[in-house]
Design a protein around this ligand. Structure first.
Ligand code: BG6
Length: 464
């Protein structure tokens, strides 16, 4: 297999503010949801590690960007930490010290020949807004987010041309309010949908501000739609996959790309009395302001089958009433993360966007392989020999490039993550980076074998 990689095809890497920065310079009042969760329930975080130190990117960013330059990344995606960006969230008083840090990171990236892409929220909703307004349950928070976006565009828009509102906007409320597996453990399915709607609305409003403000560049959102595969061709299994798709994928894809929620979803929400509070004006704003492009995070396939048991009527409604997960016997697994490896999902997602979402411009904003105990693979010089990661990237890129040949508008691939970083709960258990981070006080960095390989494919533009 030898494939040419188109000249303009993005070959980058991603991370987020909270998973790398650490708390150096952070004020006590600037906790995000993640910081508070870590403070309140640190025992669920692997080895008690979390966002407090992370990779200390806040101080070490010049070293990381030097590694990015060495590898030749074309783009780097990270987030602005909303919770650290303000001293006063309501009056919009910016923390100049933190905002300068973002300036320095942007400039350093450009000096290294790397284009930054910025996301306005990668789960970093401020705790203050959670406590005072209930977070994204509140329309006030939508307004404050739109104000924040405008301040960020004004400040960085002279240099940053590719923006995203959210990273995986469905995730926090799914874990917290739908599944109630995370602090503060409140089960509330209607609140889950309200958060979803408000993040859709916030995205549409930010798109409007971006376009009306005449900022250069484009504004999108990073979604994590899963490619759904029914267990069998039976109508019951297919229906299970379709309903899953409505609740977890189309709930964002349809309004943000096509301008409206799917009517089948609305019927289900009404039937189960979890329809979100909204106005006609809000739906109109959503209709008028689709995103310019999409980032898609894609790791594993979602296999589904029809449920075997009747739903217990005393259990609060959960979409799981309509489906069960299906584990394909013999599937290839990343055992560290418990995720199936199925590279074909890249092609399948690309064809779906082409056929159902008018081939809107998009790119893979995350895909990667988190592996536990990578020190096992360090050679005598300490370099991680991560051939499994090279194979993983190669297989996924191969499928993506095939999709491009088949007419997909996919513009690129960004690996998660550039360096090892902190995962929610798993912390440093599974390592994702092209660059290894030691957990010493210095957070010492070293290039893995995959880093050298990525450098080579970026230089040669050939995938072998
Ligand atoms: C994505 C998130 O879902 O997956 C990242 O955007 C996350 O923030 C990544 O780190 C990998 O998942 P995990 O749970 O192993 O960190």
């Amino acid at each position: 297999m030898v494939q040419n990689i188109p000249k303009d095809f993005i070959l980058g890497a991603a991370s987020s503010a909270w998973q790398t920065e650490g708390w150096v310079g952070k004020k006590e009042t600037q906790d995000s949801f993640l910081d508070s969760w870590f403070k309140n329930e640190s025992f669920v975080w692997h080895e008690g590690r979390g966002p407090d130190v992370a990779t200390n990117f806040y101080e070490k960013y010049p070293e990381d960007i030097a590694h990015m330059k060495e590898i030749g990344l074309t783009h780097y995606r990270t987030s602005i930490n909303w919770s650290r960006f303000f001293i006063d969230y309501e009056k919009g008083i910016v923390d100049e010290e933190y905002a300068d840090h973002i300036d320095r990171v942007i400039d350093e990236l450009f000096n290294a020949g790397i284009e930054p892409m910025l996301c306005l929220e990668h789960y970093e909703v401020p705790t203050y807004l959670m406590d005072k307004y209930g977070g994204w349950a509140s329309k006030k928070v939508v307004e404050l987010f739109v104000d924040y976006a405008q301040i960020a565009f004004d400040r960085y828009g002279d240099r940053v041309k590719q923006w995203f509102t959210f990273n995986e906007p469905i995730v926090i409320q799914t874990r917290v309010y739908l599944d109630a597996i995370r602090w503060p453990h409140e089960q509330n399915t209607k609140k889950w949908m309200q958060w979803n709607h408000h993040k859709v609305l916030a995205t549409a409003k930010v798109v409007q501000v971006f376009h009306e403000g005449g900022y250069e560049g484009r504004i999108g959102v990073v979604l994590n739609p899963e490619v759904t595969y029914p267990r069998s061709s039976s109508p019951a299994d297919k229906k299970a996959a379709e309903i899953y798709d409505l609740f977890f994928n189309r709930v964002y894809l349809d309004p943000l790309v096509k301008g409206s929620y799917p009517s089948e979803l609305v019927q289900l929400l009404e039937h189960h009395q979890i329809m979100f509070d909204h106005t006609e004006e809000e739906l109109e704003i959503i209709r008028q302001n689709p995103v310019d492009f999409l980032g898609i995070n894609l790791y594993f396939p979602k296999r589904l089958k029809a449920p075997r048991y009747e739903w217990n009527k005393d259990t609060p409604f959960h979409p799981e009433m309509y489906y069960e997960n299906f584990e394909l016997p013999g599937r290839r697994m990343n055992k560290s993360r418990g995720w199936e490896i199925y590279p074909e999902l890249m092609f399948d997602m690309a064809m779906r966007i082409k056929d159902e979402y008018h081939n809107i411009p998009w790119l893979i904003t995350e895909n990667g392989m988190g592996i536990e105990g990578e020190e096992r693979f360090q050679d005598d010089n300490g370099q991680v020999q991560d051939d499994y990661r090279i194979d993983f990237i190669r297989m996924h890129l191969n499928q993506l490039l095939k999709a491009v040949e088949a007419g997909s508008s996919c513009e690129g691939y960004m690996l998660w993550a550039f360096t090892d970083c902190v995962s929610p709960m798993n912390a440093f258990k599974n390592r994702y980076g092209l660059v290894r981070i030691e957990l010493d006080d210095e957070r010492t960095r070293s290039l893995k074998k995959s880093g050298e390989w990525y450098k080579q494919i970026i230089q040669e533009r050939i995938l072998k």
